[in-house]
Ligand binder design. Sequence first.
Ligand code: NAD
Length: 363
Amino acid sequence: MTSRVLLLPGDGIGPDVVEQARRVLTRVDNIHRLDLTFEQALMGGSAIDGEGSPYPNSTRALARDSDAILLGAVGGPKWDALPAAHRPERGLLAIRSDLDLFCNLRPAILFPELASASSLHSHLVAGLDILIVRELTGGIYFGEPRGVQLTEDGTREGFNTDRYEESEIRRIGRLAFDAAQKRDGRLCSVDKANVLEVTMLWREVMQELSADYPDVELSHMYVDNAAMQLVKEPKQFDVVVTGNLFGDILSDIAAMLTGSIGMLPSASLNADSKGLYEPVHGSAPDIAGQDLANPLATILSAAMLCRYSLSNSVAADHIERAVASVLSHGFRTGDIVGTDGGASVMGTTAMGDAVIAALDENQ
Ligand code: NAD
């Protein structure tokens, strides 16, 4: 059966890295007969320039019809002066909400070869393997009312609303418990239940769910402590589940533990396993179009696409093995050179070539 993959390169380095992931997927398609078809559409700033909206109707129609979506990144200084409601990043919020992509999976795995590129001591991070499960379509990023308004005394006030329905907490909780069951059996739910009512409910629902998962050890942690523990003793975590805002911040902390934001993939899934796959990093305008971007986060996102939306873990494992092999041969983009010496520094396209060669060697 044909699977339709929609490519949304976006802005900045997005097109640089998506092109390498497309080449890798094409090679994997040839080897594993995935029967993929690729389509491409505008997203973010380039969509504002081309069609007047960060998530235009033409892109929405293709996204709804596709089986999986691979996105580069959106945004850049060119669009920074636009009002918030018209910025490229609104396109991301719109597609997540349109496709009901409520579950964001962000693995933070440290390839042994990159331990020296981490900002922490190698012994704290060697072998790190955390999965952060972030709720993506609720919480304060979507809650109403929101806005900036004039108060009675003529000064401005800004406000947002952090809101979760019980059902929203339950469905992300189930996915996190399921994920923990398939891993080390430990789930840490992160909240701020000592201050925020919405997260008191979050904690209660997680606790209720745990009755259905006697094989998973559930713990709770306040978000400020979780941020501290992530840099103090990160290997204590297996699966972390949290809301939209806390997940945004904690997953970026986890990103730095692994040495480079250029190495981290992500998946955002809906209830039918349709997914939007994207690197954790942004559009890196400082290096866009210069053949400097690390494409591995996007290539690893393509591996997640094979695993979660195509249900093909053989193809996913093959891509992940190829990336590990490339690193073990000492191939590096500039952002992951680290201090280990002896690395062979290469550009975006050459890294894509290296992964494709490794796919052929490691069949
Ligand atoms: P960024 O992730 O784009 O860049 C941060 C730093 O990391 C930069 O020095 C950049 O050169 C480097 N970097 C990022 N990805 C890299 C890669 N693949 N290879 C090598 N180096 C890499 O974050 P930022 O600078 O805060 O944001 C830049 C733009 O991206 C902004 O417009 C922001 O809104 C947008 N953004 C988009 C997304 C997204 O599309 N999901 C996420 C974050 C930021």
